[in-house]
Unconditional design. Structure first.
Length: 425
């Protein structure tokens, strides 16, 4: 192994293990490789610019901003109210409200952290007040939040589409069945938990209350239809759809719901910029890292080694899923997709895995990683809202993780499970 390859693998792993932030660790490694290999330093600057100039990449900050705008404009509360009048009277009804509200909000924000924060802030306290165990309330909000990467439009699918150079619209469609399957499993867990623990049912909503909830929630319910209808109707691209969702959220928040003012916009924009800057920074510096990985043929070499030592595709996919699950539980999911993307794509190609199907496998793994202990992003949001320790939420979330792993198994080994809505597959 050359000195450059050693720095790109062991050197990067060492920096991350020592606690250096991903973007900085990647930058340090790239600079060291440029020095060792005597490559022109301007290479780094060129790759930083190239890595952050993809038109599709613009969808990420726009979808994050749309989620913030809709939360501030009161649309997330409207979604909760609609879900509540539908199922709150059933066994586990209020917990089911969390899952259903998250399902719809995911189609607005495309982000797991945004979904967990918007829905959890409203429903974790409400569930505790209604008699649910607090760790379970936090765990169900966290696990419902991970629908964000699977239900279109999805930021994770946008990133993978850029990395793998695949159709983002088709990738969106591949997440529908896995996302709804996880939601169905979570609804079942809500029912079993409430029945086992004797959580009291709430009163059934009367027709006037239902009519009012749907009337006041119509703008929130229309948002996913506007965004997804525009994408699949050929009216605009996923990136343009992200911009339209922001415009929609501003108009509804300012002029219809009137729960947001012009004075609120700078702070809302700043919150989304903080999160977007982290994501974009990782992707930008990873562009140079990816070029050097390709130059050293590390990804191709590993794929060839795996193909020489593993003859069965199902074994290779099982190994990838196990490795990805373990990595996603301790590392940043976006960084894993960007950094390991070339290697993962080479392996998938070597074993003849459909690239859209493989994208569904990867993003399902990413979704699970968002809720998996010890560092899933959504876990920390659940901790902040509930005031509980990581250990208490982690103990309560394993049944939900088990459901997600079953869906991952189906996504991996039954291609039609993920590709049923994808044209030409």
């Amino acid at each position: 192994m050359s000195a450059s390859a050693l720095l790109l693998t062991a050197g990067f792993a060492g920096l991350v293990a020592s606690g250096v932030p991903f973007a900085i660790a990647i930058g340090i490694v790239v600079v060291l490789v440029l020095t060792v290999a005597d490559i022109e330093p301007a290479f780094l600057a060129q790759q930083l610019v190239a890595g952050s100039q993809s038109f599709s990449l613009l969808a990420i900050p726009l979808f994050m901003l749309a989620g913030e705008l809709m939360t501030a404009g009161g649309l997330s509360q409207r979604l909760v109210n609609v879900a509540s009048v539908l199922v709150r009277h059933r066994t586990g009804g209020l917990a089911m409200v969390t899952v259903l509200a998250a399902l719809v909000f995911s189609a607005i924000s495309g982000s797991a952290p945004a979904t967990t924060a918007a829905i959890g802030a409203i429903l974790i306290p409400a569930m505790v007040k209604a008699g649910y165990d607090k760790p379970f309330a936090a765990a169900i909000a966290v696990s419902a939040g991970v629908l964000g990467p699977l239900i279109p439009p999805s930021i994770a699918f946008v990133i993978w589409g850029i990395v793998a150079e695949q159709s983002i619209s088709k990738l969106f469609l591949s997440g529908i069945v896995p996302g709804f399957a996880i939601a169905a499993g979570l609804l079942g867990i809500c029912y079993v938990h409430a029945r086992r623990n004797g959580v009291p049912k709430q009163d059934r909503a009367r027709w006037p209350e239902m009519r009012e909830a749907f009337a006041r929630g119509k703008w929130a319910l229309l948002s996913p239809l506007v965004v997804l209808g525009g994408i699949y109707g050929g009216i605009f691209t996923p990136t343009e759809a992200a911009g339209m969702s922001c415009i929609y959220a501003v108009v509804i928040g300012l002029l219809v719901e009137r729960q947001m003012s012009l004075a609120d916009l700078p702070e809302i924009i700043l919150r989304s910029v903080r999160i977007s800057a982290i994501v974009t920074g990782i992707i930008a510096v990873s562009a140079g890292f990816g070029v050097l990985i390709a130059q050293e043929q590390i990804a191709t070499g590993f794929a060839n080694w795996l193909a020489s030592n593993v003859s069965e595709k199902w074994i290779a996919l099982a190994g990838l899923n196990i490795a990805f699950f373990l990595l996603a539980a301790v590392l940043d999911e976006i960084a894993i997709m960007v950094i390991l993307g070339p290697m993962l794509i080479a392996i998938a190609s070597r074993f003849g895995v459909d690239p859209i199907h493989f994208g569904a496998i990867i993003v399902t793994n990413v979704a699970i990683g968002m809720a998996a202990p010890p560092i899933g992003y959504c876990l920390f949001i659940g901790m902040a809202i509930s005031g509980l320790s990581l250990t208490r939420i982690a103990r309560a979330i394993w049944p939900q993780i088990a459901i997600m792993l079953v869906v991952l198994f189906l996504t991996t080994y039954v291609p039609s499970f993920a590709l049923i809505f994808v044209p030409g597959r």
